[in-house]
Design a protein around this ligand. Structure first.
Ligand code: AMP
Length: 111
């Protein structure tokens, strides 16, 4: 998508503090962290949000959760939340599917 900021981050056209990438996904630090650990995990292929997930493309979502499990273990983040917002009224501000990984603090009270 031509004017999608996360497509540009996925392609390396906009710099990001990247923790991990492979052919399917990129994991980078949120520019405005809401927790001591705040990563964003995106598929490199554009999907607008969770509502775009279907039988043809859902394998990348399983891969994303495998990557999250490996990275949190490698980084020593034992307790964390994984959040995706679908639609503006749910708090989505970037319309490229992404999963927030939030950890490193007391997160039980977050909605
Ligand atoms: P959401 O509100 O769920 O769509 O989440 C979008 C997230 O992307 C927010 O937490 C922003 O802080 C983050 N964000 C936006 N632009 C960038 C960027 N260039 N690099 C890193 N994080 C970003």
């Amino acid at each position: 998508m031509a004017d999608c900021v996360f497509c540009k981050i996925a392609a390396g056209e906009i710099p990001s503090k990247t923790l991990f990438e492979d052919e399917l996904v990129r994991v980078f630090y949120d520019i405005e962290p809401k927790a001591p650990v705040h990563w964003l995990v995106i598929p490199k292929a554009h999907l607008s949000g969770a509502a775009d997930i279907n039988a043809e493309n859902s394998a990348v979502v399983a891969h994303i959760f495998e990557v999250i499990a490996k990275l949190t273990a490698a980084e020593g983040v034992k307790e964390y939340r994984v959040v995706t917002n679908n639609g503006p009224d749910a708090g989505q501000s970037v319309f490229h599917l992404h999963f927030h990984v939030l950890g490193g603090g007391v997160l039980g009270g977050m909605a």
